[in-house]
Design a protein around this ligand. Structure first.
Ligand code: NAD
Length: 262
């Protein structure tokens, strides 16, 4: 595979949380990064924190919109002359039970995560195949793609959809040297817009702990007794892109300090 220091990466939902940590780590390793997110100003602010426009650019791209996704991919080609690595990270969680979940809730969750990553992977795969240099597509799925939790049906179902996209695309794109892998985080409270934006309060209520204690609560229920930070997920993305994992595709790596195994 191309060394990370020579690669161009597109990270969706990278204005905040896990996506921003991933973009920051990739840039620190020498990659050029395109930060795609809903809000242009936030995407550009995150890019400016990471580096100058030779290293990081921010673009507005709603992943549910085919044209905006294409514009995000085109931005990578325009700014940095190629595309080698795509991270499907954009997401949100409504944290609702079956009976609370409306059709609009269901559609939103699936549009952003299942359809959004399909659109991004499709637009990116075309470039990766045409370039003929291989590449990586990485999905930030979730522990919830495999394990059931309360009050999260639409979110968990669409995360399971993403997990199967990983397997399907690994099979379809392997002959072009494109690896497709997933990462299953859990309990990344600090820095997460999803947690700060209401999910944290709901999860805290489900677990019966104060919201400000949620990080500690997640940590104590893990095997390693450690809180998971956005940087830990970014480390897993980095490892997947190293030459040492050049023969690994269709894999899901848990980054949950062991909770999934508990
Ligand atoms: P976050 O809110 O900090 O980041 C999500 C980003 O996605 C935001 O910047 C948001 O603006 C962007 N986004 C939302 N809808 C979008 C759209 N339609 N188009 C483009 N961008 C959009 O939350 P986070 O915790 O960093 O979550 C990042 C990813 O990690 C999500 O896919 C989430 O499901 C997944 N994840 C998080 C955790 C966790 O514990 N925080 C656990 C498992 C999986």
């Amino acid at each position: 595979p191309k060394p990370l220091a020579t690669r161009v990466a597109l990270v969706t939902g990278a204005a905040s949380g896990i996506g921003k940590a991933i973009a920051t780590r990739l840039a620190a390793e020498g990659a050029c990064v395109v930060i795609a997110d809903l809000d242009l100003a936030k995407a550009q602010a995150a890019a400016a924190e990471i580096g100058n426009t030779d290293v990081a650019v921010g673009v507005q791209a709603n992943v549910t919109d085919e044209n905006q996704v294409q514009a995000g991919v085109d931005a990578a080609l325009l700014a940095f002359g190629g595309l080698d690595l795509v991270v499907n990270n954009a997401g949100l969680s409504l944290s609702k039970s079956l009976l609370e979940t409306t059709v609009a809730d269901w559609d939103l969750q699936h549009n952003v995560m299942a359809k959004g990553s399909f659109l991004v992977s499709r637009a990116a795969a075309k470039v990766l195949i045409d370039q003929g240099l291989g590449g990586d597509i990485i999905y930030i799925s979730s522990k919830n793609s495999v394990f059931a939790g309360p009050n999260n049906i639409a979110y968990s179902a669409t995360k399971a959809d993403q997990a199967h996209q990983v397997r399907l695309l690994a099979a379809e794109l392997g002959e072009y040297g494109v690896k497709v892998n997933g990462i299953n985080p859990d309990g990344v409270v600090r820095g997460s817009g999803i947690f700060a934006g209401g999910w944290g309060a709901k999860r805290a209520a489900v677990y019966g702990v104060p919201e400000e204690e949620l990080g500690k609560y997640y940590a104590q229920r893990t095997l390693l007794k450690r809180e998971v930070l956005p940087e830990n997920v970014a480390n897993a993305v980095f490892v997947l892109c190293t030459a040492d994992l050049s023969h690994t595709t269709g894999l899901h790596i848990p980054v949950d300090a062991g909770v999934a195994a508990a």
